[in-house]
Write a protein that binds this ligand. Sequence first.
Ligand code: GDD
Ligand code: MG
Length: 328
Amino acid sequence: MKALILVGGFGTRLRPLTFTKPKPLVEFANRHMILHQIEALAKIGVKDVILAVNYQPDVMVQAMHEVEEQFNIKIHFSIEPEPLGTDDEVFFVLNSDVICEFPFEGLLAFHKSHGCEGTLMTTRVEDPSKFEWVGDQINAGIYIFTTEILKRIENRPMSIEKDVFPNMAKDGQLHCIPLQGFWADVGQPKDFLTGTGLYLNSLAEQGSKQLAPKSATIVGNVLIHETAVIGENCRIGPDVTIGPGVKVGNGVRLNRSVLMKNAVVKDNAWVHNSIIGWHSSVGRWARLDNTTVLGEDVHVADEVFVNGGSVLPHKSVSANIMSPQIVM
Ligand code: GDD
Ligand code: MG
């Protein structure tokens, strides 16, 4: 089986993180976002993954070489649907920024049972206005099609959702199936943090050994990379992920936050609802809150308060940021 992952967007809503790397390579729960999808596809027997890109950054190519070896699959870069082939096979299509338990077996079985051209997974969200909806559910960005659908695709820029699905539905060729379990589109900082909590909760429900054992320091679901160093008298969690090489000082409080590779949080800092980018640092007694996102290599001085700052890479923040704003 084959799968197509849509990775062509610019990830603007996940800035400043996407100034550093393409959205699919931003680490979600310490692994490239797209790895979660590729792993689930490989598990159900997908052997070829086609990345629908509109540009092909070297970092992406390099990262995908490693993934090919890890999962023993082929990864192709393409802006054309042709490599999918014209045999009778079914193929998956995924948005690259959705995270869930990827219940592909149920999707495949349902798709085969109705025998039509396409199946779309739907999910319920609190605020459907942000998305294209189907009744009280929204499109989860996870589909399966038979190659029959290719005859509907013309050689011009087309939106599968706007140009193809309505006609398929009219012809009775598009079915929906509600997705079970959690779902998150992690393409925006707020949802990235919420999605992290949902994902960690799902790991906990599965009894995953990856989560840090609960203790006086660890509260709720927390993921800590084995190379991270944590100081004394900290309180970490719930819903925190700590990447490789991270250094957390003494007396630090982390809650609902993501620390990317090599981030540093100094003594007595307080980080809540925030994302700290690669190689960035948070000073002593500093306080971050309200969906603050530090891009790569950002440095927040001691005792500074950042309330909802979105800080571009390579900046230093030495004065308080009292209300949400972009720092450039
Ligand atoms: N190849 C290609 N070309 N990929 C693209 C393009 C493009 O022009 N534009 C966006 N993508 C990719 C993005 O990289 C992402 O993986 C996926 O398509 C979805 O794009 P988003 O920009 O994240 O869309 P959205 O979140 O606003 O809405 C989409 O996802 C929702 C669920 O998460 C839609 O599919 C909605 O209907 C859906 O509800
Ligand atoms: Mg999205």
